[in-house]
Design a protein around this ligand. Structure first.
Ligand code: SUD
Ligand code: ADP
Length: 290
C-alpha cells in the first residue's frame, strides 16, 4: 500500500488583472501551504475504485467528476496505466473554501501514480497533462511556494511561506469560483506590487497593501466570511484575508500563543479550522506501507 498527504493552500493576495477572451482571468497571487491535509491510501485492486471518507456533511462526488478520477483518466490517456487500484481518501480539507483541496488531490494523484507505476514523467509533463484539471494544479505539482501568474498556472518559485503561525477557518458556506470571478472588476494596475509586499514588507504593514480582489464579490454574498475576517483581527491577527475565491478566511499571527487562543476560540464556534506553524513545509513524500 502507498500513502501520502494532500495539502491545502492559501492565497497571499490576489490581483485580478484582466478578463480574457476564454472567460478566465489573468491574475497574480502568492501561493503558500497550510498544515491542513487529506490522507491518501492506494493499493492494487481488481478494478479502479475511489472511496472518500469525508468529515462533517461534505458531499464530495466519487464518480468521473471527481478531480482524482479526472487525473487518473488524463494519465491513462497519456501513458496507459498497467493496473487497477483502490484509492481511499480521508477528506479533511473543506471543498468550495478557496483552499484548493480538489486541485491538490488532482496533483497528488498524478504524482503518486507517476511513482507507483514508475512512469518517469517530469513535473513539466505532469503539468502539461493537468491542463484541464484546474488553474491551481501546477502549483501543487511543483510543491513549492511562489507567485502564480497567467491564470495562476505559471509559478514563479519564491520562498514566501510566512514565518508566522496561520489560523484558517471555513465558515461552513461554500463559494463558487466562477461566480467570484464573473462579478469582479479587473484592475490592470494594482496599487501595490504583490511581490514586493510579500518579500520586503513587514507583516504589520500587509493589511494596508495585500489585497484579495475576490473579497469584493464574495463578502456581499457570504456575510459570515467577511465577519470571520473581522473576527481574526479581534483575535489579534496582524493580517487577515479570504483565501482564493473563498469562503475560508485566514489570519497570520505574530505570536504562537495568540494564534493558539484564536484557533481554540474558532473551534468553540464548531467551525472547521486549522493551525499552521510558522515556516511550515509540507511533507511531499509518497511512502510504501506494509
Ligand atoms: C481562485 C483560485 C485562486 O488560487 O483558487 P480557488 O479559490 O478555486 O481555490 C484559482 O484562481 C482558481 O483555480 P481553480 O479552482 O483551479 O480554477 P479552475 O477549476 O481552473 O476554474 C474554475 C473557474 O474559475 C474561473 N477562473 C479560474 C481561474 C482564473 N484565473 N480565472 C477564472 O476566471 C473560470 O470561470 C473557471 O471556469
Ligand atoms: N477530490 C476533490 N476534492 C474536493 N472537491 C472536489 C474533488 N473533486 C471534485 N471536487 C469538486 O470541486 C469543487 C471545488 O472544490 P475545491 O477544489 O476543494 O475548492 P476550491 O476551488 O474552493 O479550492 C467542489 O464543488 C467539489 O465538489
Amino acid at each position: 500500500m502507498w500513502i501520502a498527504d494532500s495539502y491545502a493552500k492559501i492565497n497571499l493576495g490576489l490581483h485580478v488583472l484582466e478578463r480574457l477572451p476564454t472567460g478566465y482571468h489573468r491574475i497574480e497571487t502568492g501561493f503558500c501551504f497550510l498544515d491542513w491535509r487529506d490522507h491518501f491510501e492506494v493499493e492494487q485492486a481488481p478494478e479502479m475504485k475511489l472511496e472518500i471518507d469525508s468529515s462533517g456533511d461534505q458531499d464530495i462526488p466519487t464518480d468521473e467528476s471527481n478531480l482524482i478520477n479526472k487525473a487518473i483518466a488524463a494519465l491513462d490517456r497519456y501513458v496507459g496505466l498497467q493496473h487497477n487500484y483502490l484509492i481511499r481518501v480521508e477528506k479533511r480539507i473543506p471543498a468550495g473554501a478557496g483552499l484548493g483541496g480538489g486541485s491538490s488531490n488532482a496533483a497528488l494523484t498524478l504524482r503518486m501514480f507517476n511513482k507507483i507505476e514508475d512512469l518517469g514523467l517530469s513535473d513539466d509533463e505532469l503539468i502539461d497533462l493537468s491542463r484541464d484539471l484546474g488553474a491551481d494544479v501546477p502549483f501543487f505539482i511543483k510543491g513549492k511556494t511562489g507567485i502564480g501568474h497567467g491564470i495562476g498556472h505559471e509559478i514563479e518559485e519564491l520562498d514566501i511561506q510566512p514565518d508566522y503561525p496561520i489560523v484558517t477557518c471555513f465558515p461552513d458556506e461554500s463559494s463558487s469560483t466562477p461566480e467570484a470571478y464573473r462579478y469582479c472588476q479587473p484592475n490592470p494596475e494594482p496599487d501595490f506590487d504583490l511581490k514586493k509586499t510579500l518579500t520586503q514588507t513587514e507583516l504589520d504593514e500587509w493589511r494596508y497593501e495585500l489585497v484579495n480582489d475576490l473579497e469584493q464579490t464574495v463578502f456581499p454574498r457570504i456575510h459570515v466570511a467577511g465577519n470571520l475576517k473581522d473576527q481574526m483581527y479581534e483575535f489579534g491577527a496582524l493580517y487577515a484575508s479570504m483565501t482564493g475565491s473563498g469562503s475560508a478566511v485566514y489570519g497570520v499571527f505574530e505570536q504562537e500563543f495568540v494564534a493558539t487562543e484564536a484557533y481554540k476560540g474558532l473551534l468553540e464556534l464548531e467551525l472547521p479550522c486549522s493551525l499552521t506553524p510558522a515556516g511550515f513545509t509540507p511533507d511531499y513524500g509518497i511512502y510504501r506501507k506494509g
